[in-house]
Unconditional design. Structure first.
Length: 294
């Protein structure tokens, strides 16, 4: 019965693993709902902020704001790579790391000097493993990113851009479309590209509404506050969308693991029952044979 005992041990082990993966699936499902709410809450604010900047923007005003500066040649660029702190989420982090690596390689082939800012343990661990230089890192941002944490990440980069030490800043993150669709995305946040005005404003429809603002003290002072806020909000959205994408990917991965464990249990139980039945049949045959010999 050595084989039977071995099969029982494997069945018990798989049952324990299935309990763990099922629990993790339930936890990820619970966190996913809150993460989705944060994504849904961040998008309308970003759209409204974009609309206000688009209506206030003018080339004359843009010359006074360093964040709008469009360099003739990009000599040095910063890349913010956002990954998760934990694994067990399928290819989620691997896809983000691949996207960040390809971006760095493309910029370096174009003769651009790059500096990497890693947010999340998985991306940080990979680039440390391959010996790539890392300008800064953050591993203390959890499942509920805040606007303060986004500001802490991007404000040093804005200061370097204003000082002329950086000519561009990119963010690599997971765009959250659905729990099953979180494609890695690269977005350039500096220099700030002037947002396009809405189609209704371009066509002249509701043009009076589009420009019917009471500006106090004036557009320049307002843009001085809104443009840095626009950049910080872009990083905040990247953080919350990546957090939601991780929960969706982990839920999917744990569900698949739970389903696979169930199929493995069925196979092991059938194998155990066949082995047990064969052993019982053999014992009966030995008893009958012994009785006939007597």
């Amino acid at each position: 019965m050595a084989k039977g005992r071995e099969l029982k041990g494997r069945i018990k082990s798989v049952e324990g693993t299935r309990k763990i993966t099922r629990t993790m699936e339930m936890v990820a499902t619970s966190k996913l709902k809150r993460a989705q709410d944060r994504v849904v809450g961040a998008r309308p604010y970003a759209e409204a902020l974009t609309g206000v900047i688009a209506d206030l923007y003018s080339p004359a005003l843009a010359e006074r704001f360093p964040l709008f500066r469009q360099p003739a040649h990009v000599r040095r660029a910063g890349v913010v790579l956002i990954t998760s702190n934990r694994g067990l989420a399928g290819a989620f982090n691997a896809n983000l790391i691949r996207e960040g690596r390809h971006l760095l390689e493309r910029l370096q082939k174009e003769g651009v000097e790059t500096e990497l800012h890693a947010v999340g343990r998985k991306g940080l661990g990979y680039f440390r493993y391959i010996g790539a230089p890392i300008a800064s890192s953050r591993t203390d941002i959890g499942d509920r990113p805040t606007s303060e944490e986004a500001a802490q990440i991007v404000e040093p980069l804005m200061a370097e851009f204003v000082a002329g030490r950086l000519d561009a800043v990119y963010v690599v993150y997971a765009r959250y479309n659905s729990p099953l669709s979180t494609p890695p995305t690269t977005e350039q946040i500096l220099p700030v590209t002037p947002p396009e005005r809405s189609a209704s404003a371009k066509d002249g429809k509701f043009a009076g509404l589009a420009h019917d603002y009471l500006l106090f003290p004036n557009a320049e002072v307002i843009l001085r506050e809104l443009v840095p806020l626009y950049v910080r909000n872009a990083v905040y959205r990247a953080l919350v969308e990546t957090a939601a994408g991780f929960q969706g990917a982990q839920r999917t991965a744990m569900k698949n693991a739970t389903d696979n464990a169930g199929e493995m249990l069925n196979t092991l139980r059938r194998t155990y029952n066949r082995a047990r039945q064969a052993q019982i049949t053999q014992e009966i045959a030995e008893i009958v044979g012994g009785a006939e010999a007597l």
